[in-house]
Design a protein around this ligand. Sequence first.
Ligand SMILES: [Zn+2]
Length: 123
Amino acid sequence: MTPKEARSRTRWFQKVFLLQDWRISLFIREDPPDWVSPTTKAMAECVADAAYKRAKIWVSNSRCRAYNESVEESLFHEFAHVVCADVGILGECQPQKELVWNSIGETCEKAYRYDKKLRRKKK
Ligand SMILES: [Zn+2]
C-alpha cells in the first residue's frame, strides 16, 4: 500500500467514524518508526491520545506480507484503536480487544471497497 492509498482510507475512515477532529499521522514504511520499540515483531502499531485527539499509525507492507495478512485490514485494525480511544472503551486490560479490532478491520476493508465501487458507478 502506498502512502497515498493509506491517506485515502484514512479520510474515509475518519468520515465514517466521525473522527475528523483527530490528527492521524501515517507511517507507511518497512521498519518501525522511533515511537515503536525497535525490537517489535509487530507488522503495525498505533498510539492514540484521546486528550489531544492525535494518533500515529505505522504499517509495514513487507511484514504484513510475511505474516500473510492484508495491509489494508491491518491499517483498518489500527484505526479501530483510534475509535476505541476516542470513546474510551476496550482499554489494555480487555484481552478480547484485539479480536474486536480484527473484526472492525475486516468489516471496514469490505465497506471501503463497496463504497468505492458505488461511487465509481455513479460517475
Ligand atoms: Zn491491535
